[in-house]
Write a protein that binds this ligand. Sequence first.
Ligand code: ADP
Ligand code: MG
Length: 310
Amino acid sequence: MNSEAMSITVNNISKYFGSQKALDDVSFEISKGEIVGFLGPNGAGKSTLMKILTGYITADNGKARIDGLELEEKIPEVQKRIGYLPEHNPLYTEMFVREYLRFNASVYNIGKDRIEEIIKLTGLTPEANKKIDQLSKGYRQRVGLAAALLHDPEVLILDEPTTGLDPNQLVEIRTLIKNIGKNNSEDKAGKTVFLSTHIMQEVEAICDRVIIINNGKIVADKNLKELREGNDQIIFVEFDYRIEEIALQKIPNLTSAKNTGGFTYELIFNTKKDMRPAVFDFAHDNGLKTLQLNQKTKNLENLFTEVTSS
Ligand code: ADP
Ligand code: MG
């Protein structure tokens, strides 16, 4: 694809801390306006990649581009296009909300009107005259998001934006992020949002796409709509004796068959139709007895378990 249409391009990035490899040959591309969840267990490498993309640390190998701009060469230019909410959201808690945002705005020469607009957009109006240390965690996250949005960046990089929030705050911040991803004055495609999380439900609630990282490696990259439509059906079947995998190919719609030990097989089908009757009939026609037959659709939960269990 044309790199101009890409918001974020990551090519073969690796990063070591001493002898430990935190990122191992990471590559992916994110188009303008996509909301992408960067999902992985703690310690997988999410924050490290985000710090590289925002220019806070450098990669040992590989290249990244934001909006077509080479990161290494143009850090200040790139940072203008990025809104970054770091993990643990460091704030000056002694400052008042509006004062803090004014302080941040002064770095970019941003006027008062824009500050008020952002206060409104992030739902901070009732809290704007409070000290940051008087705010709940949810409102502190709003302040962090407001600061990240002040200069109207095209790309938002949010590192675990809802970690530590209570259930109500969580829903509010998710809705806010979703809305930010959707509307944008000039750009019809909306902002590109790249957010990290270790919570699957977070991805389900906010994202169009998920990139899963485990031990510094990208292990899955999936469109959530496709995943939700659930065309991948998995059937676990146990027969009373062994049959060659090749013979199982006679079952319609089968995409793969694997013996998982004993006389048990994992069969994958690419159809919405329940294939259990066809498996049962196949067994019967081949003189086999069906001892167990279980079906599930591939969803984010079993995909996550499958790719992060090593
Ligand atoms: P995540 O954000 O997915 O939880 P991180 O990117 O923070 O993971 O960390 C990835 C790995 O790199 C972890 O094993 C972590 O301990 C290690 N790591 C991160 N930052 C440093 C650092 N500054 N020095 C040494 N090791 C680090
Ligand atoms: Mg992290």
